[in-house]
Design a protein around this ligand. Structure first.
Ligand code: FAD
Length: 421
């Protein structure tokens, strides 16, 4: 089959219209590949979840030509600062993304992070996909079964209250979150452990700006640790996250919130809680991201605690890597085994960066603010006094990005895939 025909005829199904599934769909649609997204919910879940997107995600949005649309709904300050604080005390260290202003690399489109609720980003990506006749995003359609041969994958899809129908795809990306049906249907299991604590994600109005708090703040406070950051531009609420003992009801969490917030907030001003959710926290990953023609991405493949923003950033960079590999394979620019290579690389990224990195952030914020380890104090001192050290720490965060062309079997092919201009 000619390459143009293969591209036209290949059909990719994506399970889940969360930010990871929608990023895959947008990239495939942009490359001219037929894509259908099945999302079980009637609309995008608006509950407070992740909200930070780092530089590689910006680069992918820029390539799609929708970075400006996303920036409009985000907090996107070129002077974005991440601050380490001690609870009830002062600033320990700051990391300034603007230090990367003069760094020229294709995966660093802008030297800042974007912040907005993940449902808003998913919405922009759905609207983007709706521009293409060959892309469909179907809400209210749930994956219930999956079988595959060497040639194709057959999905059973249930539309709310209706008999299931079958749908055939050449490839499937399971981006259906932590409870992924795709994962179970390809016989994968999330190995690892669950922390014996619950996290609270709360959106609140409080005048943090008056106290000069920047984009993201990590508060070291033992069991009273917290993270606070912007959820969007202007007067949008801020996100405060903290830990609670497991097993509390949502009412109990809300009842205890005023006392917790008083300890966290930098001043006595009034606050207003807008939204609140509690959730279990895990460090888990599947053994195989790819079984046959089905691949997993995002929370379907791995879960980690959210401190440091490794959850969604890893998911979005899975989406970038796996969908670029799929585009290259379907377009005839790379052999089929590139898909396995992409999946292996993403497995390794989570195991060697996201899993230890998120546990390290958790360890740092959960230590006693009056007895911070010497190693961490040295780290903060170097961040404050050594600009080169700070730059390399910020650049280190880009290691999570694994674009095609940097794969061991692909080195030297960067130009083919548009990685370098
Ligand atoms: C309360 C909360 C707060 C969080 N805070 C942070 C944070 O601050 N930082 C961070 O990095 N991470 C955070 N996370 C984790 C982050 O939200 C996830 O990493 C992110 O949602 C992963 O995106 P995803 O697209 O892989 O999955 P999801 O966003 O879960 O999307 C999966 C989609 O698949 C759909 N789906 C599921 N099953 C099926 C099926 N059978 N058929 C069709 N569709 C299906 C779902 O309805 C959903 O829309 C938080 C999570 C929670 C729950």
């Amino acid at each position: 089959m000619a390459i143009a025909d293969k591209k036209k005829q290949s059909h990719v199904a994506i399970i889940g219209a969360g930010p990871v599934g929608m990023m895959c769909a947008a990239k495939l649609a942009n490359a001219g590949i037929r894509v259908t997204v099945f999302e079980k919910d009637a609309e995008i879940d608006p509950r407070p979840k992740a909200l930070t997107y780092t530089a590689p995600v910006l680069a992918d949005l820029a390539k799609l030509g929708i970075l400006e649309d996303v920036v409009k709904i985000c907090f996107a300050d070129e002077r974005a600062i991440w601050t380490w604080r001690s609870l009830g005390g002062g600033v320990l260290a700051e990391m300034h993304w603007s230090l990367l202003e003069d760094v020229q690399r294709p995966d660093l489109h802008k030297p800042y992070t974007l912040q907005c609720g993940q449902h808003l980003l998913a919405k922009v990506l759905v609207e983007y996909c709706n521009r293409f006749e060959h892309a469909k995003v179907l809400h209210g359609y749930q994956l219930t079964n999956l079988t595959q041969t060497d040639e194709k994958v057959t999905l059973s899809i249930s539309e709310l209250g209706m008999d299931p129908f079958t749908f055939e795809a050449d490839y499937v990306i399971g981006a259906d979150g932590g409870r992924s049906a795709t994962r179970k249907l390809i016989g994968q299991h999330l190995d690892g452990f669950t922390w014996d604590e619950s996290f609270v994600a709360m959106n609140i109005h409080f005048p943090f700006e008056k106290y000069k708090w920047g984009a993201a703040n990590f508060l070291i406070g033992g069991k009273d640790w917290a993270v606070a950051g912007r959820t969007g531009p202007g007067s949008d609420p801020w996100r405060v996250a903290y830990g609670v003992e497991p097993g509390l009801t949502d009412e109990q969490v809300l009842e205890g919130a005023p006392d917790r917030l008083k300890a966290i907030l930098p001043g006595p001003d009034e606050f207003q809680i807008v939204q609140c959710a509690q959730y279990k926290v895990h460090q888990r990953q599947v053994k195989q991201y790819k079984v046959g023609k089905v691949m997993l991405a995002g929370d379907a493949a791995h879960l980690n605690n959210p401190i440091g923003g490794f959850g969604l950033t890893t998911g979005m960079t899975d989406a970038g890597c796996i969908s670029d590999a799929l585009i290259a394979v379907i377009s005839g620019n790379a052999p089929e085994q590139t898909l396995q290579e992409a999946c292996n690389i993403r497995h390794e990224i989570w195991a060697t960066i996201s899993n230890p990195g998120s546990q390290n952030f958790k360890r740092i914020v959960q230590q006693d603010p009056k007895a911070i380890s010497k190693e961490d104090m040295d780290f903060f001192k170097r961040l404050n006094n050594d600009e080169e050290f700070q730059r390399s720490a910020l650049l280190g965060s880009l290691r999570i990005h694994t674009p095609l062309g940097t794969f061991p079997s692909q080195r030297g092919t960067e130009k083919v895939y548009g990685l370098v201009d």
